[in-house]
Design a protein around this ligand. Structure first.
Ligand code: 6PG
Length: 240
């Protein structure tokens, strides 16, 4: 499917994280107006850091509905919460410790527990906390993309790609020689909005293949969501 019918924002007149922050703010306030909550799954990796830092500054810090925001994680490395590789630690340092979000609204995956058990527990948590039938409906899932077309921890040739029942699963990633915890397609695709944040010229070719060739060969291509928006800096969007 060529030119996938998704919204693309290639930031030229402002940093891409500024455009993404404006989107998150608008969506959060709209979600709160609609159902008095904003259910948000954060992305890991390094790209989101500047977006998170932007949200801790004016005007976002004051106007974001933190008291009604509930934060989840799209994936996690199987490490302790204070480990340098922890997505939870990254989100704490760059966002959560600097905004007035209620502590019991932050729901980390248990990277330090046996992966299968941690995944089952998180599946239960999401089902208990996020409304939606038959599948919990997150208001926003923020995701990044690796240069192999993975997103969250849905890596090429990994077992999690075939998961159709569970909302969260443990996924052994052979190329990393490591276990990950990840939301799966059933949960991601039930989301009201999916926003990808991708930067850097090293990802321009994979962005072009995903958004123009649409060959469906990369894990990220199977992520849908009711609405999908791509936030790209000029380098990552340079081949579109
Ligand atoms: C992770 C992320 C992963 C990430 C991509 C891009 O845990 O690493 O969930 O999917 O978004 O690997 O990572 P960068 O933003 O660091 O390029």
């Amino acid at each position: 499917m060529h030119n996938r019918d998704v919204e693309k924002v290639i930031a030229r007149d402002k940093p891409v994280w500024e455009a993404a922050a404006e989107f998150c703010l608008r969506l959060a306030n709209r979600s709160v107006e609609d159902h008095n909550a904003f259910f948000w799954a954060l992305a890991g990796g390094s790209t989101p850091k500047k977006l998170y830092q932007t949200l801790t500054q004016a005007p976002y810090r004051q106007s974001f509905p933190w008291a009604q925001t509930h934060v989840f994680f799209g994936d996690e490395r199987c490490v302790a919460a204070d480990h340098a590789d922890s997505n939870y630690r990254m989100a704490r340092e760059n966002l959560l410790d600097q905004v007035p979000i209620p502590e019991n609204h932050v729901h980390p995956m248990a990277g330090d527990r046996p992966p299968e058990q941690a995944a089952a527990d998180y599946d239960r948590q999401v089902r208990d906390l996020v409304p939606g039938e038959p599948t919990p409906r997150l208001d926003l899932v923020l995701l990044g993309m690796g240069d192999d077309g993975h997103t969250a921890s849905l890596f090429p040739d990994s077992r999690a790609l075939g998961e159709t029942e569970h909302l969260v699963c443990a996924n052994h990633v052979a190329k990393l020689g490591a276990w990950r915890l990840t939301m799966t397609y059933p949960l991601l695709n039930a989301a009201a909005h999916v926003a990808f944040l991708v930067t850097g010229g090293n990802k321009a070719e994979i962005v072009r293949r995903v958004l123009q060739d649409g060959g469906g060969i990369y894990p990220i291509e199977k992520v849908r969501g009711e609405k999908q928006i791509w936030f790209l800096d000029e380098q990552a969007g340079g081949l579109l």
